[in-house]
Structure formats: C-alpha cells, structure tokens
Design a protein around this ligand. Structure first.
Ligand code: CA
Length: 128
C-alpha cells in the first residue's frame, strides 16, 4: 500500500444504519470508503476497483459473506486482501467457516465502530 494514498476499504453491508456508521467512522479516520449493499454488488466492486481491505457482513442478499470470502481467496490478486467479517453473535459456525476460508478477523454485532476501524487498521499494517 502506498503510504501517501488514503487506504480504501470496501464495506459490504445490507443494513443501512450499520453501513452509514462504518462509512462515517472510516472516513473520519482518513479512509476512502466504497459500499456494496449485497453480494452481487460486492463482487462487481471487487472486480472494478480492488480495495486495500474489505469489511464483509456474513448475512447478505444474493451471495453471503462466506461465499464472497471463498471466491475472493480463489483469485490470486485478491488472496492477500485483508478481510474483516461482521457477524451476529449467535452464528459461531459461520465465523469458523469464514476463518477457515481465509477471512483474517471478525467482529460480532453489535460492535463498537471504533473497534472495526482499529482492527482494519491493524490488518492493513500487517498486509503492508
Ligand atoms: Ca446483513
């Protein structure tokens, strides 16, 4: 990652209020934010303009977060893009599956938006 460029994150989240607060927090911390509202849009965005990091909700219309992380890791160019999953606390099976498929970290809902930003920053540092 070029340290002079603003890091770009793709937030994949269908819940509008959560997407809004994440965009607000990331932008406040100097990130550029792309937003996809469902799995289909996420795959299109990844193709057009690969981000430095992805915040990926698991429960999504069309392609869920599990399917997206699996597809992402199957493409050499995307294999090392940090992925932070968002998940409901009750879905621990999903978390294990996502981590097995190559997700780097996860946060359970409800979360502190600060924590999501801090975890992404850490993943990007590690990836740099
Ligand atoms: Ca969702």
């Amino acid at each position: 990652m070029n340290e002079h460029a603003a890091p770009r994150v793709l937030v994949v989240e269908d819940e509008e209020d959560i997407a809004y607060i994440l965009r607000f927090m990331f932008e406040r911390e100097g990130f550029t934010v792309d937003h996809a509202v469902d799995g289909r849009q996420a795959l299109a965005r990844l193709d057009q303009d690969p981000p430095h990091g992805v915040v990926l909700d698991i429960m999504l219309p069309y392609h869920d977060g599990i399917e997206i992380v699996e597809r992402l890791r199957a493409v050499p160019a995307w294999r090392s893009v940090p992925v932070l999953m968002l998940t409901a606390k009750a879905r621990e099976v999903d978390i294990v599956r996502a981590l097995d498929l190559g997700a780097d970290d996860y946060v359970t809902k409800p979360f502190q938006p600060d924590e999501v930003v801090a975890r992404m920053r850490r993943l990007l540092r590690r990836a740099a």
